[in-house]
Design a protein around this ligand. Structure first.
Ligand SMILES: Nc1ncnc2c1ncn2[C@@H]1O[C@H](COP(=O)(O)OP(=O)(O)OP(=O)(O)O)[C@@H](O)[C@H]1O
Ligand SMILES: [Mg+2]
Length: 158
C-alpha cells in the first residue's frame, strides 16, 4: 500500500519545501521508494532536486492533460515552473478540477511506496488538488502569530 502526503500551509516561508526535500532524503535512506511532486509554481522543490529548468514535461503539462504523470518524472521529482500557474487557471473552469491530480497520480501510486507533494503558500486549487490526491497531510508552521493563523486556515481547508 502506498501513502501520499501533502505538505501545506497558507502562510509562506514556513519550511514546506525544505520539509519535503528532507523527508524525501530520509525515506530514501530507509529504502522507501519515494517520489516528490512540486505543486508550487515557484519551483523551489524542483530546484532543490537540481532539476534542469527546461525539463519537460512538468506538472503543469500533466494537469492540463498534455502529458502522463509517469512521463513527467525527472529523477525523483515531478517538477514545476511558472507554467503551473497557467495550468491552475485553466483548471479552474473545468468539471472535476479538484480531482485532476489524484487521477493523474493514480498509476504512479501503484508503483511508489510514498509520494510527497509540496504545496504553494495558498489554499487555492493546487493545494486542494494536493489534498484530494493525498492520504495524509502535514501542516508546517512557525511559532509566530500569523503562521498559526495560516495553520488554522489550512486545518479548516483540510
Ligand atoms: N527547519 C528549519 N529551520 C530553519 N530554517 C529553515 C527550516 N526549514 C526551512 N528553513 C529556511 O526557511 C526558508 C523558507 O523555507 P522553505 O522555502 O522550505 O519554505 P516554504 O514554506 O516552502 O516557502 P514558500 O511558502 O515560499 O513555498 C528557507 O530559507 C529555508 O532554508
Ligand atoms: Mg515552498
Amino acid at each position: 500500500m502506498s501513502a501520499t502526503i501533502a505538505v501545506l500551509s497558507q502562510k509562506g516561508g514556513t519550511g514546506k519545501t525544505t520539509m519535503v526535500r528532507s523527508l524525501a532524503d530520509v525515506f530514501e535512506r530507509l529504502g522507501v521508494d519515494v517520489l516528490a511532486v512540486d505543486a508550487d509554481p515557484q519551483g523551489n522543490l524542483s530546484d532543490y532536486f537540481d532539476t534542469d529548468p527546461n525539463a519537460q514535461p512538468t506538472l503543469g503539462d500533466v494537469l492540463m492533460g498534455q502529458a502522463r504523470a509517469a512521463d513527467a518524472v525527472h529523477g525523483r521529482v515531478i517538477p514545476a515552473n511558472l507554467q503551473l500557474a497557467e495550468a491552475e487557471l485553466s483548471l479552474s473552469g473545468k468539471i472535476g478540477r479538484e480531482v485532476t491530480l489524484r487521477q493523474a497520480l493514480m498509476d504512479l501510486k501503484r508503483d511508489r511506496e510514498l509520494i510527497l507533494i509540496d504545496c504553494p503558500p495558498t489554499l487555492g486549487l493546487l493545494t486542494v488538488n494536493a489534498l484530494v490526491a493525498s492520504t495524509h497531510a502535514i501542516l508546517s508552521t512557525e511559532a509566530q502569530y500569523f503562521s498559526l493563523q495560516g495553520m488554522e486556515q489550512a486545518v479548516a481547508t483540510a
